[in-house]
Design a protein around this ligand. Structure first.
Ligand SMILES: [Fe+2]
Ligand SMILES: [Fe+2]
Length: 452
């Protein structure tokens, strides 16, 4: 690849004869796209409003107005409605495809479940993607498009319609060094860099549904031969909205200016005291011995210390952690709040919101509530965290900020995203905008680490 690749990325047209389709925005966007030199375009799903034949027919007519060397059309959940996924194959093309040209690999996937808003890739598609990425491992540029978002998007409220196996897909993308991912679905533009992979979400070109009074928009993406990715988010009239790129690495060390280590942190979760059999007690002892051998300054417990939040559970936990009480920072999980757990929690533990140690600040964010696995931070707490981080940043710029919580922000491979943090999109955006250095979580019992 000796020259930059220029891509127009647009999404969520929602063609329909009914008022949900805003024709003027579509015409405006098409005119800008037609005058924007590009190598190819990616449409990331929701071509129609309800997957109806009349909407596909309208799409047939109006799509002709777009002048582009090549467009990759990806199916969205609205297109799959009412059996529309079959019409898609007749009218638009295959729901899954790959193309390799000029050292560029493009894979298009169907992440939709017919008549459901949420998505799923499924084992077959994950294996297919891995196989293709291995086959074309030497491709200069590896690009993938699918409709559903895999990282939480800000301003999209209750996080409910992502792909349930987003963590598995994220792991495939990172393992095979995919350069860029194109998604749509939430009608809100957003860009993150996870490791070396850029994950780009487009807003909607012409749906009546926008977010936060936002504009209808599309993206212009340029990837240089050095793999620098520039994303320009544009209103349908071509005016720039803003250039957004936030970066998430698995490799990082907390060192001071002399290269010395500031703090050694041990992160644990799910000790589940209460149902402990002898075997579990042995396992805990082995684990805690291992942790001690690393001589940590702090042990950060990210929730579910107890199995059911009963008095006896808490008593066992307090006894087990007593030798380490001066090192322990604890953030409860949903198990700890079951029954009278919330009352017992405050009887046995002093849950402080903020803790300072060795020039590092720890913010304990309780995302759990009794009798639900689903987590939430809430707008008031988000605001408090934001104010706290900005305030302490003003006082000192070189403090290391860590948020300790139970629910995760980034989907975890090998899990199903059914009990995510409701407002993960807003919280991830807040942490990345305020420059929080580390977020630790402990939900779902699987270890995963990445950098945004
Ligand atoms: Fe949509
Ligand atoms: Fe959608």
């Amino acid at each position: 690849m000796d020259k930059s690749v220029r891509i127009v990325h647009f999404s969520d047209i929602h063609f329909t004869p009914r008022p949900q389709f805003i024709r003027s925005s579509y015409d405006e966007a098409v005119s800008v796209i037609n005058n924007t030199p590009h190598d190819f375009a990616v449409f990331s799903g929701d071509l129609t409003q309800d997957g109806l034949i009349e909407e596909y027919e309208l799409a047939d007519t109006l799509r002709k107005a777009i002048i582009s060397p090549k467009i990759y059309w990806i199916i969205g959940n609205h297109d799959s409605r009412s059996g529309g996924f079959e019409v898609w194959e007749k009218k638009v093309g295959p729901r899954e495809f790959r193309e390799y040209f000029d050292d560029v690999l493009f894979i298009g996937l169907d992440s939709c479940i017919p008549d459901q808003d949420g998505g799923r890739f499924g084992r077959e598609a994950l294996d297919y993607t891995k196989k293709i990425l291995m086959k074309y491992g030497d491709a200069k540029l590896k690009l993938i498009g699918f409709h559903h978002h895999i990282l939480p998007i800000p301003k999209t409220g209750r996080e409910r319609s992502n792909a349930v196996d987003a963590g598995d897909m994220l792991s495939v993308l990172l393992d095979h060094n995919v350069d860029a991912v194109f998604t749509g679905h939430k009608h809100h533009p957003n860009v993150y860099k996870v490791e070396d992979t850029i994950i780009i979400s487009a807003g909607s070109v012409s749906s009546y549904k926008t977010r936060s009074g936002g504009s209808r928009s599309f993206n212009y993406v340029e990837i240089t031969p050095e793999k620098e990715v520039k994303v320009k988010i544009m209103k349908t009239n071509g005016d720039p909205i803003k250039n957004e790129l936030k970066t998430i690495t698995r490799r990082f060390r907390m060192v001071d200016s002399t290269g010395g280590i500031w703090l050694r942190l041990a992160q644990i979760a799910g000790t589940d005291f209460g149902t402990a059999t002898n075997n579990q007690k042995e396992l805990f002892q082995k684990g805690i011995d291992l942790i001690n051998s690393t001589n940590p300054d702090l042990i950060l417990h990210c929730g579910n210390m107890t199995s059911e939040g009963r008095t006896s559970d808490y008593e066992s936990a307090v006894e087990a952690f007593l030798p380490y009480s001066d090192k322990l920072i604890f953030c409860p999980g949903p198990n700890d709040l079951r029954g009278f757990g919330e009352t017992l929690l405050h009887k046995y533990f002093d849950i402080e919101n903020t803790i300072e140690k060795n020039n590092s600040l720890f913010y304990v964010l309780n995302t759990s509530a009794p009798e639900t696995e689903i987590g939430v931070v809430g707008r008031t707490t988000q605001h408090r965290l934001e104010t706290y981080v900005y305030h302490t940043r003003q006082q000192s710029r070189d403090k290391f900020h860590t948020v300790v919580m139970h629910h995760h922000l980034i989907p975890i491979p090998g899990t199903r995203e059914t009990s995510a943090l409701e407002d993960a999109g807003d919280v991830l955006r807040l942490l990345s905008d305020t420059g929080v250095n580390l977020a630790l979580s402990g939900h779902l019992g699987r270890a995963f680490c990445t950098r945004v």
